[in-house]
Design a protein around this ligand. Structure first.
Ligand SMILES: [Zn+2]
Ligand SMILES: [Zn+2]
Length: 171
């Protein structure tokens, strides 16, 4: 969806309500299984060469926990605000992450996409203390603990253990 600087410059601003489909691969850092369309409501107010956009964003994302591979559904419900500038950015504006939009039309899709990605910046785990999968037997340790010895898969130790096996054979 696009709006124009002229629309946003009206005294009442330009309100918008949109449903954005964000490609799964845009959400990097997550093994995303499903990303439902993102609902965005907001209003843009332009004054001079600057435009402030405020709104709320609702999304539902299903991803796989990086440790135990369980599918996790997370709801995102957040508010956002960002500033656009028609003029090239000053150093200070760059630091404040003002977005340079020189053209008359403002495309909201990439801006909303960026806000969603910021809102998702959490550890992609099912829970902060996820015990993960057992590297030996593949068991999900959140459900049932297992008694496997993790050290068995340490390559340095497996070399040692075969050394001891050979030693044993030679006796
Ligand atoms: Zn997990
Ligand atoms: Zn195990």
């Amino acid at each position: 969806m696009t709006m124009t600087w002229a629309q946003a410059a009206k005294p009442e601003g330009k309100s918008f309500s949109l449903i954005v489909n964000i490609p799964l691969q845009a959400v990097s850092g997550y093994d995303v299984v499903c990303l439902q369309p993102v609902h965005v409501d907001g209003i843009a107010h332009a004054e001079g060469s600057l435009c402030t956009v405020r709104g709320t964003l609702q999304a539902s994302i299903t991803y796989r926990c990086v440790r135990c591979l369980t599918e996790v559904k997370k709801s995102v419900d957040t508010s956002f605000s960002f500033v656009l500038s028609k003029h090239p950015l000053s150093k200070e504006q760059e630091e404040q992450e003002v977005v340079y939009v020189p053209q008359e039309e403002i495309d909201l899709q990439p801006l909303v996409q960026q806000e969603l990605i910021l809102a998702l910046e959490i550890q992609p785990l099912c829970k902060s203390d996820c015990a993960g999968l057992c590297p030996v037997c593949g068991n999900n340790r959140n459900i049932t603990p297992c008694t496997c010895d993790d050290f068995a898969i340490d390559p340095r130790l497996s070399v040692l253990s075969s050394f001891f096996d050979d030693d044993h054979d030679n006796r």
